[in-house]
Each structure stands twice: as structure tokens, then as C-alpha cells.
Design a binder for this molecule. Structure first.
Ligand SMILES: [Zn+2]
Length: 410
């Protein structure tokens, strides 16, 4: 069985590589074609840059996928997991403390292993295309903050859940699920106040006029924009974006300074209208509910499987602690998860199309949203020629040309 599972895991990695290479071959055939939608928006030089950037990013992604798969296979099947588990077990006899140490340690380990690749992506690839703005010092401070934050959150989640396993051995799956639900709501609530300010500086939008227009637009669909903020994203990267946070009717909207500097007022409002669409059409709530329902099912199944004595033998190991057996289950879930990716992406693209339609109705200016999307794609060097299968599998948003065509259609 261990051989079958290792092969299944390797096969998933090979499928990823095959999809990436299919996508690159498709790009190779079409790289020089300027889609008519981009006429006057971008030029041959940018198109060339886009193709090179896509190739480089894809190669990095493939390398990272293959390297991390090898590390995972060696860790799970090669005895690393058992050895690590035993080492952590020698430090404490407490069930909860052992589990917390196990997961926090694993998180730190994977952050450290991933660091060289992250440095390369930021200071070589992103820098080569003019996206990187961060300094080595800022990068390292961010990395350290992320590491500590991750450790604190992991410790809280693992500590709480393992405490419940200890306290209620039969029904813990239900309590643990409720605990995770509560924690995700808690994290969503504190994130804008505690977590995001660790990395970015927020300030009220400098254009009072734009802030008022944004509020008026939101008011029309019953959303109260408590704050309209801009962040200094340009300190780290020149990629641009915008997002909404908050639960319920009171929202904050955050615009990257990089977006503000490149888009017209009506384009920014069109992007906001799209985001408002996600809220108004219940996309955010639906996704949250489905995620929690899947989580409940997963935790229940995991609670049965983790108690099965034959579990460690599936990956060729002997005795494993509760936490290590959870890792074995996560490994198995990652194989199955690959096949869920296209379903999740399909559902997300449906929501994106609906939000685009919503923006069209709300602003009555679909061309403004189309222009905003073209500019975003141009400035972020988004691949304009994804292979249809690749896009169907991974894309959370329909390819930009498809969105623009739909918005420009009467
Ligand atoms: Zn969207």
C-alpha cells in the first residue's frame, strides 16, 4: 500500500507538471498575438515581457512543486515523520503540549525550507520584471513576522483542538469543528485591526471625492462603508489590487496605492461595484458555509480514520502519535484535494461572472470595468493566452479576454 500511495502522490505532481507544460506550449504558439481587446492598451514589448514573465513564473512553480513533493515523500515515507514525532515526544509527556510543539515545529520547518525559493522569487524573478520594491531587510522582517504569527495561530488552533480531543474523546470532532468555526470568525474580525497593520500602513483615502463616491455607490446596495482606506503596497511590490473586509453590513474597503495611481475614478468605482456584487449576491457567505460544511465532514471522517490502527502502516510507518497521524491524513487529503481544485475554480468563476454582471447593472458602465481589467492584466503581466484546460483547472477568474468580451457585449 505505501508504494501505491507514494505513486499516487507522485502522479498528482506529474499531472501538475503536465498542465503547466501544456500551458507553456500554448503560450509559445500564441505569445506574439495581440488580442484585439488589448489594441491600444498594451504593445509588443509588454506582450513579450508578459510571455517571458509567465514562462519564468511557471518554471519556478514547477520546480517548487517537484521539490516540495520530493521533500514530502521523503519525510512521510522515508522515516522523517517517525523520527520527528519521536523527537518531539521525548520533550514532553503532555498530550496537548506534544501536539502543539509538533505542529508549530513543522510550520517553522516548512517556512525555513521554503525561504530560499521565496527569496529567489522576490529578488530575482519579481525584480527582473520591475515588480519587486521590497528591500532585503523589509523582506526578512516580514518573513519573521509571518513566521511568528503563524506559530501563534497554529499554537492556538492546535492547542484548542487537542484540548478538546483530550476532554471529549468521543464527540471531539463536533466540538473541534465549532472551535475552528469560532476561530475563523475571530480571525476575520481581528485581522484588519491586529494582523494586516503588522505588514501594511493604512490611511484614509487621500481623495475625499473618491471616498464619497465609493460610499454613495455602496449605499445604493445597502452596504455601509465604514472606512475607505489605501495601503502602501508599493513599498513591497508594484502589483495592484483592491479588496473588501468585514462581516455583515459594515465593511472596509482597501485600495492598493498602486491601483489608485494607475486607474481613473470611474474605473476604480467599477472595481468596487464588482466587489460589492460578491457581497450582495451572497458569494462570500455561500463560500464560507460550504467551506465549513466540508470542514465538518472532513473532521468527522478524520476522527474515525485517525483512530484506525492500520493508518501508520499505509505510509510504511510503525507507531505514530495523534498529531503525526493527522499529518498522514493531511497527506492523503492532499492527493484527493487536487481533484477538487477544478470544481472550486469552476464555482469561483461562476461567481466572478455574476459579480461582473452585477457591476454592469449597478454602474451602467460595463466599459469602465472592462478597461480596469485590461489595465490590471497589462500592469500585472497576466498571461493573455492560457490554455483552456489549464484555465478551467486552476483559474479562479475567467481569463481576462473572456471577461472583457462579455462586458463589452450589449
Ligand atoms: Zn471578484
Amino acid at each position: 500500500m505505501p508504494v501505491v500511495l507514494a505513486l499516487a502522490y507522485a502522479a498528482v505532481t506529474l499531472l501538475r507538471v503536465a498542465l503547466a507544460s501544456l500551458n507553456l506550449r500554448h503560450l509559445g504558439r500564441h505569445a506574439r498575438e495581440l488580442p484585439p481587446e488589448f489594441e491600444g492598451v498594451t504593445d509588443a514589448a509588454t506582450l513579450e515581457q508578459t510571455a517571458r514573465y509567465t514562462v519564468e513564473r511557471t518554471r519556478l512553480g514547477v520546480f517548487s512543486a517537484v521539490a516540495s513533493s520530493l521533500v514530502v515523500l521523503a519525510f512521510v515515507f522515508g522515516g522523517g515523520l517517525s523520527a520527528y514525532d519521536a523527537r518531539v515526544g521525548s520533550l514532553t509527556t503532555s498530550f496537548v503540549a506534544r501536539g502543539v510543539l509538533f505542529f508549530v515545529g513543522l510550520g517553522v520547518l516548512s517556512s525555513v525550507i521554503g525561504l530560499p525559493l521565496s527569496i529567489y522569487a522576490t529578488f530575482v524573478v519579481e525584480a527582473r520584471y520591475g515588480f519587486n520594491r521590497t528591500t532585503p531587510k523589509l523582506f526578512f522582517v516580514d518573513w519573521l513576522k509571518g513566521l511568528l504569527l503563524g506559530a501563534v495561530i497554529t499554537a492556538a488552533l492546535a492547542g484548542g483542538a487537542l484540548g478538546l480531543v483530550h476532554a471529549a474523546p468521543t464527540l471531539y470532532w463536533l466540538w473541534a469543528w465549532l472551535f475552528f468555526c469560532g476561530m475563523s470568525v475571530f480571525l476575520i474580525l481581528i485581522s484588519p485591526v491586529v494582523i494586516e497593520p503588522l505588514f501594511f500602513q493604512f490611511k484614509p483615502l487621500s481623495s475625499e471625492e473618491l471616498a464619497n463616491d465609493a460610499r454613495a455607490l455602496a449605499e445604493r446596495v445597502g452596504v455601509k462603508l465604514e472606512r475607505v482606506l489605501e495601503i502602501d503596497a508599493s513599498k513591497r511590490s508594484s502589483h495592484s489590487n483592491a479588496y473588501f473586509t468585514g462581516l455583515g453590513r459594515v465593511k472596509r474597503v482597501v485600495l492598493f496605492d498602486t491601483l489608485l495611481s494607475r486607474m481613473s475614478r470611474s474605473e476604480i468605482l467599477a472595481v468596487l461595484a464588482h466587489e460589492l456584487g460578491h457581497w450582495k449576491l451572497g458569494h462570500i457567505l455561500k463560500r464560507l458555509l460550504v467551506t465549513q460544511a466540508v470542514a465538518l465532514l472532513a473532521i468527522y471522517v478524520a476522527s474515525r480514520a485517525i483512530a484506525w490502527p492500520g493508518l501508520p502502516a499505509l505510509v510504511g510507518q510503525g507507531e505514530l502519535s495523534f498529531a503525526a497521524r493527522a499529518v498522514v491524513l493531511a497527506f492523503l487529503a492532499s492527493i484527493a484535494g487536487f481533484f477538487v481544485t477544478p470544481l472550486s475554480a469552476l464555482w469561483s468563476r461562476k461567481h466572478e461572472r455574476e459579480a461582473d454582471e452585477f457591476a454592469r447593472e449597478l454602474t451602467g458602465q460595463p466599459r469602465e470595468l472592462a478597461n480596469a481589467l485590461l489595465k490590471l492584466a497589462r500592469d500585472n503581466l497576466s498571461n493573455l493566452h492560457p490554455h483552456p484546460l489549464y484555465a478551467a483547472f486552476y483559474y479562479s477568474h475567467p481569463p481576462v479576454i473572456e471577461r472583457v468580451r462579455r462586458l463589452r457585449a450589449p
